[in-house]
Design a protein around this ligand. Structure first.
Ligand code: CA
Length: 654
């Protein structure tokens, strides 16, 4: 441990007698490669991060602004403590199951100018830094309002960005934004203004050229705080923590966070590495949070069918839902999602019959709800059932009685504290009634897989519905699904909303625009995209119009992962992941470029192992799609396998 105190005469003269010294502390990861250095001076407190002695974050501001005091300058360091953290835990709904977290922790205890206490806690594991602010009572003051933060992230000059803009408030369809459904730009310079001038949503990925990669995010946010994002870039300060916009939730509710004392802010996380491997494999979003409550029921991961993606609004009727329950049953899937307006189109009595029919076929229903409320104009019902406790619990008791096992709640109002509290309240109530929860039109989940054991996944991505809506987004699918493993899906489960086997975005599978990806790409996407209840958007026609071996594969898609490894890739271009389920390893790759990609990669199965390979033959001249195929192969004596992934194609090895 490196502890240094030394005098700075200039600041001594400036500040007089109270605070006379620059105070520096540092904390390194267990392997010693990742180092955080904190420098407290009267004019401000900063931290910097290096990995293997290369700068990952330049000195960047720390501190928060509250109604008790400004905790960003004139801080006096009172005490420092260090300890090692070494614990294991299990996760059911994320990229890995048995997780071992080892970190060194530094707690720096400060007094503000007015004498209020604040701790800054850093946890440093081999590739992740997490830090948060902790506050305590003073002289009977037992509450506090946080109006903003000094917290900043200054990246080195050569950095390029892979970040997603925050939208304006109350924009988009029926004034439902922000809902984390904007477009990532790859390899952009830092000083480009964000698309709406509102900064960027977490997680944010940065490429430091030859020095490596940095991903910045936050975790542990629940009803105690607001959901934050990053500001636009400022040459002097870097990116700073930004609070919700005033206009969110139709202007209702403040942009600040009200906290009882003692309290902690969410953790800010910085994942670093010389390659992308630590970014894709990180579990820091879960490592530093704790379960908010224990599971009251035995929750099961699984797959779901979803009529709305292709058959759209008209499919929310009894007979069409029977058709999609039958698809789920034929595929051995556990769930079928009934989307919006089931209350008016099918009716509650109809849903009870439908749920009984589904259960007889071994399928459980999940039901869609509008989160509204008073925060947007989304007209789909049922609404006013999830925004308050009494109707919500009445609704959930009914669902439990009729055997419904999950809800999808859509169209939230932004990141203000009352909305973060609503997410928490829905999850906590749902746990009483055995319901797993998927959020759409929503914020990024921040550690929720571990905090809330019945949380499954969130949209918070420009998801598959857009592939249906426009040809442009259908063309973007390859870019999207090779971007998210390195960013959005690296920090939280992502409900992309479906592997699509229809080649045209229509019920008849002939009209409207086409799908641009190969069948193997779509099958591999069901492995690359991680969500514990995974949508496989099989259509009734897919039971007969796709090859038998594709259907057989899709029947076996695992959803609980013991382990995840990045084998190769570059954000927005291609990705090859290995995931292990209790059935063994499965490797899945996607190529979003316009050229065939040949890679020789080490297979996690080991040397001289017989494997089954799903890939695409090179597209025949004039053909819109390459032909998918299944064949047997073998890893070589070093455990390597040579793979070719066609443009907009995929590969699976198992
Ligand atoms: Ca959406």
């Amino acid at each position: 441990m490196n502890k240094r105190l030394f005098l700075l005469p200039a600041t001594l003269m400036m500040m007089g007698s109270i605070q006379t010294e620059a105070q520096q502390q540092s904390i390194a990861s267990p392997d010693g490669k990742l180092l955080v250095e904190v420098d407290n001076r009267p004019e401000g407190i900063t931290y910097s991060v290096t990995y293997d002695q290369k700068p990952m974050l330049l000195p960047s501001a720390l501190g928060v602004v509250t109604n008790n005091d400004d905790f960003g300058k004139a801080l006096t360091l009172k005490d420092t403590q260090t300890r090692t953290i070494d614990h294991t835990y299990q996760l059911r709904q994320a990229k890995a199951t048995d997780i071992h977290y080892q970190a060194n922790e530094l707690t720096m205890s400060f007094a503000s100018a007015k004498g209020f206490p604040m701790d800054i806690v850093f946890r440093v594991s081999n590739n992740d830094v997490a830090f948060r602010y902790q506050f305590d009572r003073k002289d009977g003051v037992s509450c506090m309002t946080v109006t903003g933060e000094h917290t900043a992230f200054r990246l080195p000059e050569q950095t390029t960005t892979f970040i997603c803009p925050q939208s304006d408030a109350m924009g988009g369809w029926m004034r439902t934004k922000p809902s984390y459904e904007e477009e990532y730009k790859p390899d952009a310079p830092m000083d480009t203004r964000s698309a709406y001038g509102q900064g960027y949503t977490f997680p944010c990925l940065f490429h430091l050229g030859n020095d490596g990669w940095v991903m910045v995010s936050e975790t542990g946010t629940r009803g105690q705080y607001v959901g934050c994002h990053l500001s636009d870039y400022d040459a002097a300060r870097g990116y700073t923590i930004a609070f919700p916009m005033e206009g969110e939730s139709n202007g209702f509710g403040g942009t600040m966070a009200g906290m009882p004392l003692p309290c902690s802010t969410p953790w800010r996380t910085i994942t670093t590495g010389t390659s992308l491997k630590p970014i894709v494999e990180t579990t820091v979003a879960f490592d530093v949070v704790e379960p908010v409550y224990e599971p009251k029921h035995d929750y099961k991961t699984g797959r779901y069918t979803w009529s709305w993606l292709v058959w759209q609004d008209n499919s929310i009727n009894y007979d069409d839902q029977v058709a999609f329950i039958d698809v789920a049953a034929a595929m051995g899937y556990e769930y079928c999602l009934v989307d919006a307006c089931w209350d008016t189109n099918i009716g509650r009595e109809g849903i009870e019959r439908l749920s009984k029919y589904a259960q007889e076929k071994g399928v459980a229903l999940m039901l869609w709800y509008n989160s509204n409320g008073a925060w947007n104009d989304a007209p789909q019902s049922p609404f006013h059932r999830m925004d308050k406790s009494a109707p919500r619990r009445e609704e959930m008791a009914w669902m439990e009685r009729i055997g419904v096992k999950g809800i999808k709640v859509d169209f939230f109002g932004g990141d203000k504290q009352h909305t973060m509290q609503l997410y928490e309240d829905i999850l906590a109530d749902a746990n009483d009634f055995g319901l797993q929860v998927i959020f759409h039109g929503c914020t990024l989940p921040r550690g929720w897989e571990r905090m809330f054991p019945n949380f499954v996944g969130s949209e918070a991505v420009l998801a598959s519905e857009n592939t249906y809506f426009t040809e442009y987004h259908a063309q973007q699918e390859g870019f999207q699904l090779t971007m998210h493993p390195f960013c959005r899906n690296a920090v939280a489960s992502m409900d992309w909303g479906g592997t699509i086997m229809n080649r045209y975005m229509s019920k008849d599978n002939k009209s409207r625009h086409r799908r641009f990806t190969s069948d193997t790409f779509e099958m591999a996407a069901s492995i690359v995209n991680q969500c514990a209840i995974q949508c496989i958007a099989m259509q009734p026609n897919n039971l007969t119009d796709i090859p038998q071996f594709e259907r057989d594969f899709l029947r076996t898609v695992p959803t609980q992962w013991l382990e995840t490894r990045l084998l190769d890739g570059y954000p927005g271009r291609y990705v090859v992941l290995a995931r292990r389920s209790k059935e063994g390893w499965i490797v899945a790759g996607l190529n979003a470029t316009t050229e065939p990609l040949t890679l020789e990669l080490p297979m996690p199965m080991g040397a001289r192992k017989a494997v089954t390979i799903y890939d695409d033959a090179a597209a025949k001249k004039g053909a819109l799609w390459p032909e998918s195929r299944m064949r047997e192969g073998k890893t070589d004596k070093s455990g390597n396998l040579k793979l070719t992934i066609q443009p907009n194609g995929g590969i699976i090895v198992k």
